[in-house]
Ligand binder design. Structure first.
Ligand SMILES: [Zn+2]
Length: 312
């Protein structure tokens, strides 16, 4: 049995850890030590890989020495990154049958989730039901990479669908940690070395960001337990400037599906106490509801400015 001074649980042979990784390398950066801690006591580790990280043109241009990347190029890059992930998982002692790759489009999870009738949530729910995790580790809702925040939304909705209640911890890759309870999972020197070896296996990602990724992997692993505060209302955390509002779009996602509005038509109320409130949108079904504010213009900048927020 293993335990961290600050970790709320002990890991045992009965621990079944499920790590949600939007792209190859997130499992290592987010949970490379935790994965080893669970494995060293004989626990089971499964990785759900949402995308193959195939939409990653700048490292690909550099390593393949070509400017144009077509469909075949993306397929080739996906295969390369899957191979790198297989090597990384070996370093972290995760058996090959622990990898569950869904092959969804890299940088495409937001449009996919907002598509009416998509079955992303049931697909993850089916995996969770099959794997019966005791601990799920998923990206933080506030992660600025749209695939990461959306992965959080997907996991929360999938868990609500299964009615299973494993522990749920989040990790942040892009963005600053939010205030609130969190704890650190630490490993031995050998485990920290293995984590760097797993990162090195993702060689394509080191081509442009070696120092940054190595420093990130050297940081202690910090997780935040998901705690939903009941009764905090439905105040949106955003107050966009008036001149931008005509272009903004608000999306709401819950188990009943997706609703979309332009800002002007969204059912919002301006309240003195909290800014814009969406009181009628959060349901009473006890399942989570998430809103997303975005500016749907073409831009080379992929990171979210506002991103997702949970309505309670
Ligand atoms: Zn990622």
């Amino acid at each position: 049995m293993g335990r961290d001074a600050s970790s709320p649980v002990a890991y045992t042979a009965q621990t079944r850890l499920l790590v949600i990784a939007p792209h190859p390398d997130d499992e290592t950066l987010g949970a490379g030590i935790l994965i080893q801690r669970v494995r060293e006591v004989g626990g089971r580790v499964d990785i759900v890989l949402l995308t193959d990280g195939d939409n990653n043109p700048w490292p690909q241009r550099l390593l393949e020495r070509r400017l144009r990347i077509g469909g075949a190029g993306r397929t080739r890059w996906a295969a390369r990154r899957r191979q790198e992930l297989a090597l990384a998982l070996r370093e972290l002692d995760v058996p090959a049958d622990g990898l569950h790759a869904l092959g969804w489009p890299d940088q495409g999870l937001v449009p996919l989730l907002l598509q009416p009738g998509n079955d992303l949530v049931p697909e993850i729910a089916a995996l969770i039901t099959a794997l019966q995790p005791t601990l799920v580790v998923a990206p933080a809702l506030a992660d600025r990479h749209p695939d990461h925040g959306t992965a959080h939304v997907l996991v929360r909705l999938a868990l609500a669908l299964t009615h299973l209640q494993p522990l749920l911890w989040t990790y942040m890759v892009h963005g600053r940690e939010l205030p609130g309870p969190s704890f650190v999972v630490d490993g031995s020197a050998a485990q920290r070395t293995a984590k760097q070896a797993a990162l090195a296996a993702h060689a394509s990602q080191l081509a442009l960001g070696r120092g940054r990724l190595q420093r990130m992997a050297a940081r202690p692993e910090r997780f935040a337990p998901v705690v939903v505060e009941v009764g905090s209302g439905s105040c949106l955390p955003w107050f966009p400037p008036w001149w931008l509002r005509p272009w903004l779009r608000l999306d709401l996602v819950c188990l009943r599906g997706v609703q979309r509005w332009t800002w002007a038509h969204a059912p919002l109320r301006l309240e003195a106490s909290c800014g814009f409130s969406a009181l009628d949108l959060a349901g009473t079904d006890g399942a989570p509801h998430f809103a997303r504010l975005s500016l749907p213009l073409r831009s080379p900048w992929i990171f979210d400015h506002w991103g997702w927020a949970e309505l309670e």
